[in-house]
Design a binder for this molecule. Structure first.
Ligand SMILES: *Cc1c(COP(=O)(O)O)cnc(C)c1O
Length: 462
């Protein structure tokens, strides 16, 4: 399988290179040159299989023969062995035709584990084979950092440095990162805000001399392997509810659009999906683009669903590439305009998107209302991100007869503030994490200065 850039000016890469690379050198995102197709019979045959077997069948065409089958199966088994539910991503029926797809049974209780548990193992495998070491750097305001750390803690060939803003992440989120005491895991609390931390990471990618030749790796949501791993649960859920014999629909709490784009890939590969509902919080660029053709940046708003607080939706570029008929010149133009000023999509691609996607925006007051309402109606305590999806599914679904699958992206214990403000006492942490608040922590506090952080990284990697 070969991968090409959405902006058309970077070299095509194979799977191994695309996993190690992240962003394309022309500023674009990598996508498969051709999508694998699953026939009716192949989809039918996936119903009832263990998650890991579906994962192997769905991902194998993207990997090709770059990893032998036995090794790839072992990586998949190890990856999903870290999940606490035997079904890995179980479906939970809410009413006669609305389902929650629970993506939060991994080590850090959010859907990002599904992809990052695999990505860490893929990176380690490729680096070992090349006889190289790698350094991961990332900035986090919460979820991604802990999921990346959990995904890399057992990797022999990787050091991971995660920067978080000092005293500005929730205690649960901080402890999910800082209580991992592995030697290759380095938590840095930056004396500044999230933007300061992110600027230091960007600065480090821009000038990597401080690493003296060691590869610097990004694990943010534009890495193709993350999308690939997420396609699996759309297929698994779809066939569990009757595909390919009938259509299903999905509602996805969305921010960078990596999760939903994986669903779109599943559909392009043959899964019969009738509708996708994009659910946003007040940071509603996706909703505005789809409903008003207002493709523009707005100031960041802090909401009760902080993992969806974004200004730019990075993976949306991959969808635009498809909507524009893979015309990379047109994609480059619209994205370059968007960087400078408010932009709009051309008529044909917008119409194309509106045929398949609906959207709905949910504000903070409504999140609290939905948490109460859903608990009363179903007995389920939703986390604030999932609550956004729940409401969007109710408001924007096109019909009642197609099964609606809402993606539950986090466990409520992870976002206690919203749960408590909705009037509940809180949500207990799952058993395996009950002692989280008592575990030993380790992190270093550094000033928000590029040179200081780079010196720290250079001195502490193995
Ligand atoms: C990251 C995240 C999202 C948003 O997913 P995208 O792929 O960025 O659209 C939603 N909910 C939770 C809990 C998350 O951690």
């Amino acid at each position: 399988m070969r991968y090409i850039s959405t902006r058309g000016q970077a070299p095509a890469l194979n799977f191994e290179e695309v996993v190690l690379t992240g962003l394309a050198e022309d500023g674009g995102l990598y996508v498969p040159e051709e999508l694998p197709q699953f026939s009716h019979d192949e989809l039918e045959a996936m119903a009832g299989l263990p998650y890991t077997e579906v994962a192997f069948r769905v991902m194998k065409p993207f990997v090709g023969d770059e990893i032998d089958d036995a090794t790839f199966r072992r990586l998949i088994e190890e990856t999903y062995g870290t999940f606490k539910h035997a079904a890995v991503t179980p479906l939970n029926q809410l009413d006669h035709n609305h389902w929650l797809l629970e993506l939060f049974h991994g080590p850090t209780l959010a859907f990002k584990d599904v992809a990052l548990q695999l990505l860490g193992r893929l990176l380690d495998h490729f680096l070992a084979r090349r006889g190289e070491k790698g350094v991961i750097m990332g900035a986090t305001s919460g979820d991604t950092g802990s999921a990346a750390i959990e995904g890399c803690r057992h990797c022999d060939n990787l050091d991971i440095f995660i920067l978080h803003p000092h005293n500005r992440v929730s205690p649960v989120q901080r402890r999910q990162m800082t209580t991992v005491l592995a030697e290759n895991v380095h938590n840095i609390a930056i004396e500044g805000n999230f933007d300061d931390a992110q600027a230091i990471v960007k600065g480090s990618f821009a000038d990597q001399a401080f690493l003296r030749g060691t590869r610097l790796i990004a694990v943010n949501s534009i890495n193709w392997a993350r999308i690939m791993a997420q396609i699996v649960y759309y297929v698994a859920a779809g066939v569990a509810l009757g595909a390919p014999h009938r259509e299903v629909s999905f509602t996805v709490p969305s921010a960078n659009f990596g999760n939903l784009f994986a669903g779109y890939m599943a559909r392009r590969m043959g899964l019969p999906v009738k509708q996708f509902v994009i659910a946003t919080n007040a940071n509603d660029i996706l909703h505005r683009t789809l409903t008003e053709n207002d493709f523009s940046k707005r100031e960041l708003q802090a909401t009760l669903a902080p993992s969806m607080d974004i200004v730019v939706s990075s993976n949306f570029e991959r969808l635009l590439f498809e909507a524009y008929g893979r015309n990379s010149t047109a994609v480059r133009e619209v994205l370059e305009r968007f960087q400078r000023e408010p932009a709009a999509l051309a008529d044909a691609p917008l119409a194309e998107l509106r045929r398949l996607f609906a959207s709905h925006r949910v504000d903070d007051d409504t999140i609290l209302e939905v948490i109460r309402e859903a608990f009363g109606a179903t007995g389920e305590l939703l986390d604030p991100h999932t609550a956004i999806g729940y409401r969007a599914a109710q408001r924007a679904r096109s019909d009642d007869t197609t099964p609606m699958i809402t993606l539950a992206t986090a466990h409520p214990a992870k976002f206690e503030e919203a749960v408590v403000r909705a009037g509940f006492e809180g949500a207990p942490l799952p058993e395996a994490m009950q002692d989280l608040m008592a575990r030993e922590e380790r992190y270093d506090v550094l000033p928000a200065e590029l040179a200081a952080v780079q010196r720290f990284v250079a001195e502490h990697r193995h």
